[in-house]
Design a protein around this ligand. Structure first.
Ligand SMILES: [Zn+2]
Ligand SMILES: [Zn+2]
Length: 791
């Protein structure tokens, strides 16, 4: 369902970053009042543009911002009413309303489907009462709405629900039906949504009178600058001719031509069941045939690719004619938010094309006989003064520029060349060696998702058809999309189990989205769905129950094995969990799957999986160096261990119950691991962590989207020199920081030892104090200073 949030003349909350966020949030409102009092009636707006806020990707949804000099609008905030009912999106929407409230916005008009009012009630459950902001709901049954900028007509579109979803296989169809029923159930509780109704918006800008050309008027001898000119200008701008000193002056002689006011249409066609409703709608047809007032300058289609390929929809789109622009927001869009990750991936790809594969996007775009523009984040279409696309604020993803930039870095090309030569000279990977298990690092940062490092998640593809997720931080699904593109549904179906190490937000909040998308993927591939096996601390269930009870039925899609049941020697209490364990081992060909408690927060676990063919992968989760992990991981083929902090920050590591680089490597050496991959880096090492002295040919550092198999163990350490060249600037900066810190420590130690001469008693106190200070300073480095949450 489409919803329009009209925000009278103020900055648009989160969208405020799109336009320059005004210092006085209500400046526009005051400016408008001034203008209105000085003139009679409203002149049409002089600046209007439509801007993409979210381009429609599966992980961000579609949303539009419309700017005029009088009003601001946001279209389609109701991501929650739309496809995916994840609680995160609820917070997103309610969070935005709260942001608007903070700007001191007095009034906000919400237009859209009938359930909006109920929906607002539901938001209050999550975000508390929305006092201080006047939220007016305008149901779709009100035919038109007029403000200073435009007239908005709502066009209700009634679709056929649950039919013709384009599914293959009877099982997939049934599955989809089931899913829809569940959604209906949810909607009744959250918003009583009528799932067969979406609302489209036809927006007609008010006409704008021509501008009075002063110089021309002077030339013609009009009394410019005197009181007599007022009525003359008014008449001319109204299109009337004027007789001045016996001479008739035509409006076009001294005014630019008036703008009758273009139309833009926002239409959503969520699936094939709505195609007829859109294509046979009489209101749209009148615009297509030029029988309605105003020329359609722009149609914004929030329409999935499968619908765009439908010949009925294609013809309907083309029927607007060659002078109408089309903007498409759907899962094929390019977004800006992953630009930095695209850049780094493009550059890493130069070092090794298989270990650092390029990110992919969706393919198979529908084609049209008229020009269509694909949504990009921040892309604008200006309707007034001059109709045109504006790309100046769109961040361009220019791969060749990224490549050129990297190649110019001192020493980079040489290091890459040396690395390649060394790999060719070294032992060649035999073609017979298995590509499985394949390890894909989806998130290698800690605490909060950042553009370069997302929060924890690692995908283990144990075979071409079986996969397992180790932790599942927020944004894991988006990372999967960027890594696998069109193949993402297949991978989702491969994921039979998820191991969640502990209940910190950077390790588990992506689970809901994975669950929901996985269900969708089964349906879309026409495969029978099976519940996801969740191996996690039991405490995760209260979070899942809360979601299940308040938002959406999900518990039916989960089978739970409490992580503590898999600790060596532990008793499995509960026949249900017991019955799940051996099928899980069988499914993955695992000889064993073990967990052990680690030294982090309460109920934090590491895990170890041993394959029947002999390999063993061990994952630490978050922990300080831990003996139980060393024992469990003995002789591991691969240890994936957290290395949140650099060497020298041992004290902070203890305080935050994490490991430093050398501690992580030490654990791997103790367990005699064949290879150690480090991950979960503090976001202060956004691009690359600091290398410590004990890096050996058994150690690698993980990057998001890095893809390795056991055969790559020889290669990975050889990548370090090119990596150092690529990130030389960052490394220098980090080393300087470290040096300064060490110097300061040294100085403080000297001061302290001098004082020791005077009084031993005093001196010991001083060291304690200086250490404390140092500690506090470390805390304020980098992004971590804002992080109060545990990770
Ligand atoms: Zn963490
Ligand atoms: Zn943690």
């Amino acid at each position: 369902a489409r919803a329009l949030l009209r925000i009278p003349a103020s900055s648009a909350g989160r969208g405020g970053s799109l336009a320059q966020p005004p210092k006085d949030p209500l400046r526009h409102l005051r400016a408008r009042e001034k203008r209105w009092s000085s003139e009679l009636g409203a002149p049409g707006p002089s600046i209007v543009y439509v801007q993409v806020v979210a381009a429609g990707n599966r992980d961000s949804g579609a949303a539009l911002y419309v700017f005029s000099d009088y009003n601001r609008y946001l279209f389609n905030l109701s991501l929650l009413l739309h496809f995916s009912y994840s609680i995160i999106q609820t917070f997103l929407f309610s969070g935005m309303i709260l942001t608007l409230k903070e700007t001191g916005l007095p009034k906000c008009v919400l237009s859209g489907p009938p359930q909006l009012r109920n929906y607002l009630e539901a938001i209050k459950v999550f975000s508390g009462p929305l006092k201080g902001i006047d939220l007016v709901v305008r149901p779709h049954t009100e035919p038109e709405y007029k403000d200073e900028t435009m007239t908005v007509y709502q066009v209700p579109l009634v679709g056929e629900y649950g039919l013709r979803i384009g599914m293959v296989g009877s099982k997939g169809y049934l599955e989809l039906q089931l899913e829809k029923e569940e959604q209906g159930y949810l909607l009744q509780r959250v918003g009583s949504r009528d799932p067969t109704l979406v609302v489209a918006f036809i927006c007609k800008l008010h006409p704008k009178k021509g501008n009075f050309l002063v110089a021309k008027a002077k030339e013609l001898g009009l009394p410019v600058g005197t009181a007599a000119i007022g009525p003359i200008i008014a008449a001319l701008k109204d299109g009337k001719s004027v007789t001045f000193e016996g001479r008739e002056i035509l409006p076009e002689e001294v005014c630019t031509p008036p703008d009758p006011g273009p139309v833009f249409i926002v239409v959503e066609c969520p699936h094939e069941g709505f195609v007829d409703a859109v294509c046979e709608n009489d209101t749209f047809r009148r615009y297509q045939e030029g029988k309605a007032e105003g020329h359609v300058a722009l149609v914004i289609h929030i329409t999935p690719e499968s619908v765009l390929r439908d010949s009925r929809y294609k013809q309907w789109l083309e029927r607007f004619g060659p002078t109408t622009e089309h903007l498409i927001l759907n899962e094929n869009a390019n977004t800006v938010h992953c630009l930095r990750s695209h850049k780094i991936q493009t550059q890493l790809n130069l070092i090794h094309s298989e270990i650092f594969p390029l990110l992919t996007s969706y393919q198979k775009e529908a084609t049209f006989s008229v020009p269509v523009v694909r949504g990009e984040c921040l892309l604008r279409y200006q309707l007034r003064p001059k109709p045109q696309w504006q790309r100046d604020v769109v961040a361009v993803c220019n791969s060749s520029e990224f490549v050129a930039e990297a190649l110019k870095l001192p020493g980079f090309q040489d290091r890459v060349k040396e690395c390649r030569e060394s790999l060719q000279a070294g032992p060649v990977r035999s073609g017979e060696e298995s590509n499985y298990p394949e390890i894909v690092f989806l998130g290698t940062g800690s605490a909060i998702p950042m553009k370069i490092r997302n929060v924890s998640s690692t995908l283990i593809n144990s075979s071409s058809t079986q996969a397992l997720l180790l932790d599942c931080g927020e944004g894991t699904f988006g990372q999967l999309c960027r890594h696998y593109g069109d193949q993402v549904d297949k991978i989702l179906c491969n994921i039979a189990a998820v191991f969640v190490s502990h209940i910190h937000a950077d390790h588990h909040t992506g689970l809901l989205n994975i669950l929901l998308e996985r269900q969708r993927a089964f349906a879309s591939l026409g495969q029978p769905s099976s519940p996801l096996l969740l191996i996690a601390p039991t405490q995760i269930m209260s979070w899942l129950h809360q979601y299940h009870d308040n938002c959406q039925e999900i518990l039916g899609h989960i089978n739970m094995i409490p992580a503590r049941f898999l600790v060596e020697g532990a008793k499995v209490n509960g026949p249900k969990a017991e019955a799940l364990i051996s099928p899980m081992l069988e499914k993955y060909d695992f000889a064993e799957f073990q967990t052990c408690e680690v030294r982090h927060c309460k109920n934090a676990f590491a895990c170890s999986m041993e394959h029947t063919s002999g390999w063993k992968i061990v994952y630490s989760g978050d922990t300080m160096p831990c003996e139980a992990l060393v024992r469990m991981g003995k002789d591991a083929t691969l240890l994936i261990h957290e290395a949140t902090l650099e060497d020298g920050l041992e004290e902070e590591a203890v305080e935050k119950t994490h490991s430093t680089t050398s501690q992580a490597i030490g654990v791997g050496m103790k367990m005699n691991a064949e290879f150690i991959m480090l991950n979960h880096f503090s976001q202060r090492y956004a691009k690359i962590p600091l290398f410590s002295a004990d890096f050996s040919d058994k150690v690698g550092i993980a990057f998001d989207h890095m893809r390795v198999c056991f055969g790559d163990f020889v290669t990975i350490p050889k990548l370090i020199q090119p990596l150092k060249a690529l990130f030389a600037d960052e490394i220098v900066e980090m080393e300087e920081r470290k040096e300064k810190r060490e110097l300061r420590l040294l100085r403080e130690a000297i001061v302290a030892s001098e004082k020791l001469m005077d009084s031993e008693n005093k001196a010991s106190k001083s060291i304690a104090a200086s250490k404390k200070r140092e500690h506090a300073e470390n805390h304020q480095e980098g992004p971590s200073k804002k992080l109060k949450t545990a990770n």
